[in-house]
Design a protein around this ligand. Sequence first.
Ligand code: ADP
Ligand code: MG
Ligand code: MG
Length: 253
Amino acid sequence: MSTLEIHDLQVSVKLPEGDLKPILAGVDLTVKSGETHAIMGPNGSGKSTLAYSIAGHPKYQITGGSVTLDGDDVLAMTVDERARAGLFLAMQYPVEVPGVSVANFLRTAKTAIDGEAPKLRTWAGDLRSAMEKLHMDPAFAQRNVNEGFSGGEKKRHEIMQLELLKPKMAILDETDSGLDIDALRIVSEGVNRVRETGETGLLLITHYTRILRYIKPDFVHVFVAGRIVQEGGPELAEELEAGGYERYVAARA
Ligand code: ADP
Ligand code: MG
Ligand code: MG
């Protein structure tokens, strides 16, 4: 059982001139293993900033608050330490890793996180089965990470990582963007398999409600202008589908 606890998190983005632009204005959120939380909000509200801050992206400066995983100070950890502690971030814009195949990348990541290399005998089978479940061609394992991947391939690759690395907490930023309806279903099924293990806490960040037709969140948080302005159960996603974010944005103006 794991708990990710975000308390009064305040974050600024470092601009190229060296100035700081405040983005997160005090975020409170607790996610436990087995729970699925959806963060929904308009473009530019700071959703990705929240994800990057938890992941330890150097462009974002923490100006206040705390993030802990099972009581350990996440913000004091290096990016590697965060991954080893069991945090997983699927980026809205995944990076290319030239010269490193998907198979090698996954094996290296698994080794780093578990502290020992996966057993050769079972690993090949696990990899194959993860790919089959996501309807991926076995040849995909030999391609270089994210090099020339289509939007759908990038997302499937992320879910493959999620299934194989078995993190304690996973943050999926706009996993639904750029997916056609079949890919969205396949990716959602993968997320639901991870969810059903009960061992991973999931934070789904999204702009649209459509992924929430396939993945039913336990909790929905509405995110506007760098903070959570409303919280509820899955019914809140349906309200947003009907009414959009307008009333939350207007209430702040
Ligand atoms: P969301 O994911 O909700 O669309 P973001 O976290 O990407 O929001 O962005 C929140 C705000 O911070 C936006 O106004 C965006 O322009 C600004 N921002 C984020 N990253 C940077 C950056 N690297 N440089 C300048 N502004 C940024
Ligand atoms: Mg955005
Ligand atoms: Mg974003």
